[in-house]
Design a protein around this ligand. Structure first.
Ligand SMILES: [Zn+2]
Length: 418
C-alpha cells in the first residue's frame, strides 16, 4: 500500500466514523421539537415517535458499523488473503469457482453480523410497537427469499466484475458502470413484474370511488395511468403507505391495503395525487440518470483507490485475485454511506416537488395536512428529526416540513386569488 493509499483509506474510515458517531449522538439526544409542531401534533405522539425512531436508527447504524468493522478486520489482517488462498486450494486453482466460494463466504459473514440488528429492527421493535402482523416463520421466509435473491444477483455481479478486470485491465470500471447502468434500467422495469410479486399480492382497482378518483386525477395530470394496484401490506404491517414504481409499460402506483382501510377518502386522494406527481415529473427516470452518474463515479473511484492500494496485484495479467473483494466491498460500503446526503437531498427535493404538484391536482391543502398528521401519528414518523439526521438519512422531508410547505402553498394560492 502506498502512502497516498494510506491517507485515502484513513480519511474514508475517519469521516464515516465521525458521521456515524454524530448520527448515534443525535439518535440518543434528538433535542426539542419546534413549538410550531404543537398546532398539529400532540407532544405525547411526538415522544412516542422519537422513541420508536431511536430504536430503528440505532439498529441501522450499528448494523452498518458492524459490517464495516468486519471488513476492516479482514482487509487489515492476513485473513482476507489466507481465505482466498484456501478457496483456490480447495478448488484446485479453478479461479472462478474459488471466487464464488470466497464471495459466498464473505457474504454470509456480513449477513450473520447484520442479522441481530435486522431481526431487532424488523421483527422485535415492530412487534413491541404493535406494527407487525407477521409471525416468526413468515419473517424468516421473507428473510430467506430476500437473501437468496440478493446472493444470486450480487454473486453474478461479482463474477462479471472480476471477469471484466481480466478482460479490460484499465477500463473495466467504465465497462462495469455502463453494464450496471443498463441493469439499473432493466431491473427497475422488471422489479414490479418479477420481484414484488414474490413478497406480496397485487390487485388492480377496477371500480368504486378510488377508481373514479384515479381517473379524475390522471385526467388533470394529463397522464394515461395504466395501473393502480392495491397491495396486501397488512400481511406484514399495520403501517400505511404507497409508492410509484416501474419504468415504461411496468409503471404503476401501488397503494397499501391499510391505507384504503384506515384513511378517509380525501387523504387517499392526496396520496394518489402525490404518487401521480412523481409519475408526471418523471422522478424515477431522473433518479435513474443520477444513478448512472453515481455508478461511473463510484467505480471510477474504486479503480483509482485499488490502483494505489494493490499496485502489485493489479499489475499482474488476468483477473484480480479474489482477496481484493473485501477491500472493494469496504470501499463501496464507505463511499455509499458518505454519498447518502447527496442521494437523500435529491430524493427530498423530488418529494417536495411531488407534494406541491399533488396540491395543484387536488387543490385540497386541508386533506394534505391531515394526511401528513395521520401518517406521522399512525406510522410513528419523527415529526421533526434533528437537522443532521435529516441531512444524512432522510429520503423524505419531515412531516412538519411537509406541512409547512402545504401552508405556504395555501398562502401562495389565496394571495393569487385576491
Ligand atoms: Zn413520494
Amino acid at each position: 500500500m502506498t502512502a497516498k493509499a494510506g491517507i485515502v483509506w484513513t480519511l474514508l474510515i475517519i469521516t464515516a466514523g465521525l458521521m456515524s458517531l454524530a448520527f448515534i449522538f443525535f439518535s440518543l439526544f434528538p433535542g426539542k421539537v419546534p413549538d410550531v409542531a404543537w398546532q398539529y401534533f400532540s407532544p405525547d405522539n411526538a415522544e412516542r415517535a422519537r422513541q420508536y425512531q431511536q430504536a430503528m436508527r440505532l439498529a441501522g447504524i450499528l448494523a452498518f458499523l458492524a459490517q464495516v468493522a468486519v471488513l476492516v478486520g479482514l482487509v487489515t489482517s492476513t485473513r482476507a488473503t489466507a481465505w482466498s488462498d484456501a478457496a483456490l486450494h480447495i478448488t484446485g486453482v479453478r479461479y472462478y469457482m474459488a471466487l464464488v466460494i470466497y464471495f459466498v463466504l464473505i457474504w454470509l459473514l456480513l449477513k450473520v453480523v447484520a442479522l441481530p440488528f435486522n431481526f431487532y429492527s424488523s421483527f422485535i421493535v415492530q412487534h413491541q410497537w404493535g406494527f407487525s402482523t407477521q409471525n416468526l416463520a413468515s419473517w424468516w421466509l421473507d428473510y430467506l427469499k430476500g437473501g437468496i435473491l440478493e446472493l444470486v444477483l450480487s454473486g453474478t455481479g461479482v463474477l462479471l466484475l472480476f471477469w471484466a478486470t481480466g478482460r479490460w485491465p484499465h477500463t473495466w470500471w467504465a465497462v462495469a458502470a455502463l453494464f450496471l447502468s443498463g441493469w439499473l434500467f432493466i431491473s427497475t422495469f422488471l422489479w414490479p413484474l418479477l420481484v414484488a410479486p414474490l413478497f406480496n399480492r397485487f390487485q388492480p382497482i377496477t371500480e368504486g370511488p378510488v377508481k373514479t378518483m384515479v381517473a379524475q386525477l390522471a385526467g388533470r395530470a394529463g397522464l394515461r395511468i395504466e395501473e393502480v394496484l392495491v397491495m396486501d401490506a397488512s400481511r406484514r404491517t399495520t403501517k400505511a403507505n404507497a409508492y410509484f414504481t416501474g419504468l415504461g409499460t411496468s409503471k404503476r402506483i401501488v397503494l397499501y391495503d391499510n391505507l384504503l382501510e384506515d384513511y378517509p377518502l380525501d387523504e387517499v386522494e392526496a396520496v394518489i395525487a402525490h404518487e401521480m406527481a412523481h409519475w408526471q415529473r418523471g422522478h424515477i427516470f431522473r433518479g435513474l440518470l443520477w444513478g448512472v452518474l453515481a455508478n461511473f463515479l463510484l467505480l471510477g473511484l474504486l479503480y483509482a483507490v485499488l490502483r494505489i492500494t494493490f499496485t502489485y496485484d493489479i499489475a499482474r495479467p488476468g483477473p484480480y485475485p479474489p482477496h481484493l473483494l473485501v477491500a472493494m466491498l469496504l470501499f463501496l460500503q464507505l463511499v455509499s454511506f458518505l454519498g447518502q446526503p447527496a442521494q437523500n437531498a435529491i430524493s427530498r427535493r423530488y418529494e417536495t416537488e411531488a407534494d406541491w404538484v399533488a396540491l395543484e391536482l387536488t387543490a385540497n391543502p386541508g386533506a394534505m395536512i391531515r394526511l401528513h398528521v395521520d401518517l406521522a401519528q399512525k406510522n410513528l414518523g419523527d415529526i421533526a428529526p434533528p437537522a443532521f439526521i435529516t441531512w444524512l438519512a432522510a429520503s423524505h422531508p419531515s412531516p412538519l416540513e411537509r406541512i409547512i410547505n402545504v401552508e405556504s402553498w395555501r398562502k401562495y394560492n389565496t394571495k393569487n386569488m385576491d
